[in-house]
Design a protein around this ligand. Structure first.
Ligand code: TYD
Ligand code: MG
Length: 454
């Protein structure tokens, strides 16, 4: 009998019984590949046929001491990890090729090793000499990190069993090869099997494991999303190629908040921490220009100010363009619709471009009002006052909803030299000395306040 075929999306890991050009689960094109079926043996006997052993049960109230944590000393990294590295945790660091994952992790390895963790860095992509050269350039040559250049998972695990490290970095999971799995390195089954071996090793031997995963769009190589559910913590390292800023973002964390970010700058000597991201993101701002608005946002536990830039121009096309970088396109469409329906300000026949400056990505609904301000400012060709920050969520009715952590936002604005803020009325009204806060209840009121009659 022919073996049943199995097809898997290399981007999101969903499986299907037949091939198709587009994954029904994540919507990506050309990512479905044929894979060996997941279960090798027939599952003819039910599990109940043979008795297992009993599992100890505990109460919910059982005292649990918080896990001890090791700090790297890099505050931006420790915060994203939820306050340092937890023993026996499995961490995935995903990101585009060339964004700086190896640099980040070599630097982190050196820091952790210096703070007393026995650390091994396994590179499946570069030769040991290459990693050593990089370490020298980063000024880390003296740190007590052990290196290996290897892709054979069986050999790596045997070495780790013998060496008993406390932290292992695997760069990258896509280069690992488990010889008990019958498919090429980088395929969904290999990546899954390797990640499974390494995460169970982490738990069994009380070792923290950091896996590097490249985000890829080539169907033959599995992306990091395939292993997201197997690890305790998922961090993504993002940034724009042309910019120096890099953001390490926690998207899942069993040991800390999941919306925390760490900000770094890529320099000639590796990644440097950015302790005041607001100042960095606003550093390119010049004279007040139409279409620019400063949003007072919150990323994790920290306020971050960013500049939103909009451009509105008559379109030569029958279908006007809506282009967004760093924000959600659907949300932009909603705000344009609310401006049209509730305030009578049409954008039909106009191309709209929206950009979050500095390569930052924002997902907070509180950015709505700042987006509306940038759009209106661009459309009216009138600059907003330079020393004003804006935040607040817009509802479909055109009403404004208060944003969480108002006071933190206002304090950060004041700290960076802003003198005014426009925020929704209601909610907890924080006041900060030296900052004049204008409160608007709805979008129409806001338009009148900022742009005269609108
Ligand atoms: P790398 O860490 O190799 O990226 P990844 O592992 O995510 O593929 O970083 C590659 C880029 O970083 C490369 O284009 C050069 C740049 N870089 C610097 O600008 N400064 C440095 O000190 C280092 C080590 C790299
Ligand atoms: Mg690398």
């Amino acid at each position: 009998m022919a073996k049943p075929k199995s097809f898997t999306c290399s981007f999101c890991g969903a499986s299907f019984s037949k091939w198709s050009g587009r994954c029904e689960s994540c919507g990506d094109w050309n990512t479905i590949v044929e894979e060996a079926p997941l279960s090798a043996g027939p599952a003819s006997k039910s599990l109940g046929a043979r008795r297992g052993s009993t599992v100890p049960l505990t109460d919910l109230s059982t005292e649990e001491t918080p896990p001890p944590r090791t700090l790297s000393g890099v505050a931006e990294l420790d915060r994203v990890l939820g306050g340092g590295l937890v023993p026996a945790s499995a961490i995935l660091v995903g990101g585009d090729p060339g964004i700086g994952k190896s640099t980040l992790l070599l630097q982190a390895a050196a820091r952790f090793a210096r703070n007393g963790l026995k650390t091994i860095y396994v590179s499946g992509e570069e030769a040991s000499a290459q990693v050593r050269m990089r370490a020298q350039r980063l000024g880390l040559a003296e740190s007590p990190v052990k290196l290996a250049a290897e892709t054979n998972l069986r050999d790596i695990l045997t070495t780790l069993e013998a060496e008993k490290p406390e932290l292992v970095i695997i760069d990258s999971i896509q280069t690992m090869w488990a010889d008990n799995v019958d498919s090429a390195p980088g395929s969904v089954s290999q990546v899954r099997a390797a990640a499974h071996e390494l995460t169970t090793f982490a738990k069994r031997r009380n070792v923290s494991v950091i896996l590097v995963g490249h985000v890829t769009k080539e169907g033959q190589i599995a992306g990091p999303r395939v292993v997201e559910h197997m690890v305790d913590t998922v961090l993504y390292f993002e940034g724009e190629r042309g910019h120096q800023f890099r953001i390490l973002r926690a998207v899942k964390n069993r040991f800390g908040p999941a919306d925390e970010i760490g900000v770094f700058e890529m320099t000639g000597r590796g990644l440097a921490e950015v302790t005041n991201p607001s100042a960095l993101f606003l550093s390119e701002r010049g004279q007040p220009t139409p279409g620019s608005a400063v949003f007072a946002g919150i990323e994790g536990t920290r306020p971050v100010l960013v500049e939103l830039q909009a451009l509105v121009a008559p379109t030569p096309h029958s279908q006007p363009r809506r282009t967004v970088v760093g924000w959600d396109g659907g949300r932009l469409a909603m705000i344009l619709a609310v401006l049209e329906a509730r305030c009578g300000i049409p954008f039909a026949g106009l191309d709209v471009y929206l950009n979050v400056a500095g390569g930052m990505k924002i997902s907070e609904p509180a950015a709505d009002l700042a987006v509306a301000a940038a759009l209106l400012s661009a459309r009216e060709d009138a600059a907003l006052p330079a020393d004003t920050v804006v935040f607040g969520e817009i509802s479909l009715s055109g009403a404004l909803r208060p944003a969480p952590q108002t006071e933190n936002r206002l304090k950060e604005a004041q700290k960076l030299g802003f003198t005014a803020a426009i925020a929704p009325a209601g909610g907890k009204s924080g006041t900060v000395a030296g900052l004049a806060v204008t409160r608007a209840t709805d979008l129409t009121g806001f338009v009148g306040e900022v742009f005269g009659a609108g």
